[in-house]
Design a protein around this ligand. Structure first.
Ligand code: NAP
Length: 278
């Protein structure tokens, strides 16, 4: 019988995951399908139970349900516990589902091994929402001790992250108005706001690109367009760039491996995502 996997979120119509995951199943010879389900906030409990009862073999969770699903599960991976968010569900032995957060490892593996942040790195994170939380979790696990500044337009939102992550990282908050100064001093700049996302592709979070320079690594988690205005600015200033599709593929690959126990066909998954983005 064919194995069914799913994605729950709201909305989910524009998701690239079905094409990416179905291509991965086909390439590895698995008789499985992946479908996206739009689930309203008030239906999360019914969806979690319903998917389990129907024998769904695994699922992803996307915006806006990652935190709500985290709060409902008792069996959680280390990254999900630190991030306080779940994006992948694996059937649990004696639990409803075990919750994982593959955004964290997906983010970490979006960098080439030689290009990753270290405990001594200066990291500037633009934005303080869910994606910033995944980045801070990845740094907490893999680059403990890194010096991080969270640049947010709302101080209270950044403060929440500082309170949660200050035991793992040297993390401070910076105001949005000061972002150019902090970016200038950073080795890694991780852009986690939706600024520059299609149809606002002409926008960048940096009004003046002179704070970008050679020796920096600039990552934009926005992947629509793949080459955002920020990444164009960074490249023209000599910085190395990492596009947001790398994290998207990375989180999908890790979920695939958790569900199937097989290595994910990462190159094919990226190719499918790039085709979809065109
Ligand atoms: P989120 O939880 O809503 O957080 C967005 C953050 O950006 C918030 O701190 C928000 O501040 C800030 N922000 C939004 N507009 C801003 C503006 N004009 N100026 C300054 N700050 C602004 O969203 P998220 O889940 O973190 O996702 C953020 C982006 O990352 C989205 O574009 C999403 O597609 C992308 N993402 C990509 C991946 C990937 O795999 N590549 C994974 C996750 C997310 P306020 O709360 O004040 O609005």
């Amino acid at each position: 019988m064919q194995d069914i996997y799913g994605l729950i979120g709201y909305p989910v119509g524009h998701s690239l995951s079905p094409a990416m995951m179905n291509a991965a199943f086909d390439a590895t010879g698995l008789d499985a399908r992946y479908a996206a389900f739009a689930v309203a906030k008030e239906d999360i409990d019914a969806a979690l139970l319903g998917m389990r009862v129907l024998g769904i073999r695994g699922a992803n969770v996307t915006i806006p349900h990652k935190e709500a699903v985290f709060r409902r599960l008792t069996s959680l991976s280390q990254e999900a516990q630190i991030a306080k968010a779940v994006n992948t569900l694996v059937p649990g032995a004696d639990a409803l589902w075990t919750g994982y957060n593959t955004d964290v490892e997906g983010w970490w593996h979006s960098f080439e091994a030689t290009m990753r942040p270290k405990g001594s790195s200066q990291v500037a994170i633009l934005g303080a929402g869910g994606a910033a939380r995944a980045v801070l979790t990845g740094l907490s696990i893999h680059a403990t001790g890194a010096n991080v500044v969270v640049l947010a337009r709302r101080h209270t939102q950044a403060q929440q992250l500082l309170d949660e992550f200050s035991s793992h990282l040297n993390v401070i908050g910076g105001s949005w108005d000061e972002r150019h100064e902090y970016v200038n001093d950073a080795d890694f700049i991780i852009q986690t706001t939706p600024i520059g996302m299609w149809p606002n592709s002409h926008e960048s979070c940096l009004a003046d690109d002179r704070c970008l320079h050679k020796g920096q690594v600039v990552q934009d988690l926005v992947y629509r367009p793949l080459s955002t205005k920020l990444l164009v600015q960074a490249e023209s200033r000599g910085a190395a760039v990492v596009d947001g599709a790398r994290m998207l593929v990375g989180q999908g690959a890790r979920a695939f491996e958790l569900w199937t126990g097989k290595p994910a066909p990462v190159d094919l998954m990226r190719q499918v995502v790039l085709e979809q983005l065109q």
